[in-house]
Design a protein around this ligand. Sequence first.
Ligand code: 2AL
Length: 174
Amino acid sequence: MDIATVNALPYEDFVNLLGNVVEKCPIITAAVWSGRPFSNLTALEAAFSEFIDTLPESGKEGVLRCHPDLAGRDLQGGTLTHESQEEQTGAGMDALTSAEASRVTRLNEEYKERFGFPFVICARLNDKATVLRHLSERRHSERAQERARGIEEVKKICRLRLRALVRDDAQSKL
Ligand code: 2AL
């Protein structure tokens, strides 16, 4: 779909089509709809990022908590959203050895225990080795720094999900 089509969508269709670009946070998409029309895909991406930036710290933590663990129970049980499923399998999260899987589970739990929200990283820009390395390193950070880092990752996930749905007219003209 192109940006003109996005701009013409009634509210319900906009939320139905773009409601999961921030994982399980359709309220963010509902808020962004008010900012239409968007001049291009970059402006639409910026509207999501800017709205996320306006959230209070508790809201940002809430957004992080809407994300499923990497290689967690939802992946094993087949209950991920289809976007997460593609991202996690693309990064090899479904192909961990049993030793790697136990390590990820232990580090994810340790991270949540320390910060009160889950470890979030853009799986499409990583593979299992870099996910494990970042998880291992980031669990030692400060809480505010991790909250900010996780939110930057949410924005990357959002951008890539948007790009899968909306054509970038600037590129298609080249
Ligand atoms: C995820 C997910 O489901 N997809 C992605 O890119 N990152 N989850 C997470 N905890 O980082």
